[in-house]
Design a binder for this molecule. Structure first.
Ligand SMILES: Cc1cc2nc3c(=O)[nH]c(=O)nc-3n(C[C@H](O)[C@H](O)[C@H](O)COP(=O)(O)O)c2cc1C
Length: 186
C-alpha cells in the first residue's frame, strides 16, 4: 500500500499554495498517496493515518500564517512523534542572498525554521526556505508603500516581472528536487 503524506500550508498571497501543489505533484508521481490542505480554509481532523506531514507557510513581517501555526499548535504532540518536514515561502531571502548578507540569512533561517521546530518540539527531516512572490497588485495600500523600496532591489537583483507588478523568486527545480528527496525518505 502507498505511504500517505499530508501537506498542510498557510498562504496570504498564494505562493505557498502553488509551491505546495508542485510538491504534491512530485510526491504523487513518486507513488505516494497525498492529501493537500489549505489550513486557512479547511480543518484537518485526524493526522494519525499519515506516515509523514509536510507543513509550509508564507512569511510576512517575519511571521508564519496564523492558520499554519494553529495546525502546528493543535497537533504538536502527534507531529513530534511523526516524520515531518517544514518549509516557508520567503521573497526576502533571495534579496539577502543577492546582498550576500550571511548574517541576515542565518538569522532568518533560525527565526523562520529552527525556532519553529524547537517551539513545537518537531524533529523535521528537512527544513527549507523556498522563494516567494512579491505581488504588488495584491498588497494593501500600506504594504505597497512600505514594500516599494524592495521593488528597486528586486529589479537590481535580476528578478523578472512575471506579469505586471508580480515578481517570482522561486526556483522550481530546487522545489522539485527537494520534493524528490523527500519522496525517497517517506
Ligand atoms: C507586507 C509583506 C511583508 C513581507 N515580509 C516578509 C518577511 O518578513 N520575510 C520574507 O522572507 N518575505 C516577506 N514577504 C514576502 C513573502 O514572503 C512572499 O510574498 C511570499 O510569497 C508569501 O507567501 P504567500 O504568497 O504564500 O502568502 C513579505 C511580503 C509582504 C507583502
Amino acid at each position: 500500500m502507498s505511504k500517505k503524506v499530508l501537506i498542510v500550508y498557510g498562504t496570504r498571497y498564494g505562493a505557498t499554495e502553488s509551491t505546495s501543489q508542485e510538491i504534491n505533484k512530485v510526491l504523487s508521481e513518486s507513488g505516494l498517496d497525498t492529501t493537500v490542505i489549505n489550513a486557512g480554509k479547511e480543518r484537518v481532523k485526524d493526522i494519525s493515518v499519515y506516515d509523514m506531514a509536510i507543513v509550509g507557510s508564507g512569511m510576512q513581517m517575519g511571521k508564519w500564517t496564523g492558520a499554519a501555526e494553529d495546525f502546528l499548535k493543535k497537533y504538536k504532540k502527534e507531529l513530534s512523534q511523526k516524520k515531518t518536514a517544514i518549509f516557508v515561502s520567503s521573497a526576502a531571502e533571495a534579496l539577502m542572498k543577492y546582498d550576500k548578507n550571511n548574517e541576515e540569512l542565518e538569522k532568518i533561517n533560525k527565526q523562520y525554521l529552527e525556532d519553529k521546530a524547537t517551539n513545537y518540539g518537531l524533529n523535521p527531516i528537512s527544513k527549507v526556505i523556498f522563494g516567494g512572490v512579491w505581488d504588488f497588485n495584491k498588497m494593501s495600500f500600506i504594504f505597497r508603500k512600505t514594500m516599494s523600496p524592495f521593488k528597486i532591489k528586486i529589479k537590481e537583483a535580476g528578478f523578472k516581472e512575471v506579469s505586471p507588478g508580480r515578481y517570482d523568486t522561486r526556483d522550481w527545480e530546487v522545489i522539485r528536487n527537494w520534493a524528490k528527496d523527500i519522496a525517497s525518505k517517506v
